[in-house]
Design a binder for this molecule. Structure first.
Ligand code: ZN
Length: 269
């Protein structure tokens, strides 16, 4: 980092390792008025990696590779034990038996780790990564959530981690919204059970053809066409189509209207 010297130099000394350690205790970036004097350690590049860090490893299984990817995010706890205790990501590693993507995965994780260590707001990484589309097409995760690319899924893992350590606050649904979704799920379940008892002999295929006249969203072929689960463990019918609002296969037709059983989106308002 370049430092502009405006005053006359009256003396100098060679920087020693101890000085570096001392410097790491105080913020390098100019503290704002409020923070000045308050000895709160903020994340910055000079913070040295402690011998041990706490972390979480996420297993990522995609239809793209035979082998799973293991994503480890290690965190640093700043101002431990004080009211300014603050947990932040410090480094990320990705491991796999699959070596096909080794080169760019190493590059990506090194750059991400560098961003983490710079300090400041790192949540932008999530949005940037989740917006990456694979031109060869994305895939559906277990749970029916559409992933436009592997990078996007890595972004969603970082998001999950940042939510877990409290750096991203979940917007959360309003109680009214939750109630509405519950109501729709219940109504759909009732509709289904009524249908099953009314015409038990009707062939299943014709049946769903009648009930779901909307063309299905073109999706990469996956054989596991079973009921999938979304947020909160709710399961959606296998015939459900993709919701463009929440990227989950949870759209069903209720009273002639496309309705999402995951986020409550409805075509008819
Ligand atoms: Zn939805």
């Amino acid at each position: 980092m370049a430092t502009r010297i405006d005053k006359k130099i009256t003396g100098y000394s060679v920087a020693l390792p101890e000085d570096k350690a001392k410097q790491a205790d105080t913020p390098a970036a100019p503290a704002t008025g409020e923070e000045r004097g308050a000895k709160v350690i903020q994340m910055h590049e000079k913070i040295e990696r402690p011998e041990t860090l706490v972390g979480t490893t996420y297993k990522l299984k995609t239809p793209l590779f035979e082998h799973a990817l293991y994503v480890t995010i290690n965190d640093i706890v700043l101002n431990a034990g004080s009211e300014h205790e603050h947990r932040r990501p410090f480094e990320i590693f990705i491991n796999s038996k699959n070596m096909d993507h080794f080169q760019w995965i190493v590059a990506l994780t090194r750059i991400m780790s560098a961003v983490f260590r710079k300090g400041g707001d790192v949540t932008f990484l999530v949005e940037e990564m989740k917006a990456v589309f694979d031109p060869r097409g994305g895939y559906f995760k277990a749970g029916g959530v559409y992933m436009p690319s592997l990078v996007a899924e890595l972004g969603s893992i970082v998001e999950e981690h940042l939510k877990a350590i409290g750096m991203i606050q979940e917007p959360g649904m309003s109680p009214e919204q939750r109630a509405l979704i519950e109501e729709k799920r219940a109504a759909y379940a009732q509709l289904e059970s009524k249908k099953n008892t009314d015409e038990p002999v009707a062939p299943r295929d014709e049946h769903s053809g009648e009930l779901f006249p909307e063309p299905r969203v073109h999706a990469p072929a996956r054989d596991e066409d079973v009921a999938v689960t979304g947020d909160g463990g709710a399961s959606f019918p296998p015939s459900a189509t993709m919701c463009h609002k929440c990227s989950t296969k949870a759209i069903v037709i209720m009273d002639g209207c496309a309705t999402c059983l995951n986020c409550g989106y409805s075509k008819c308002g």
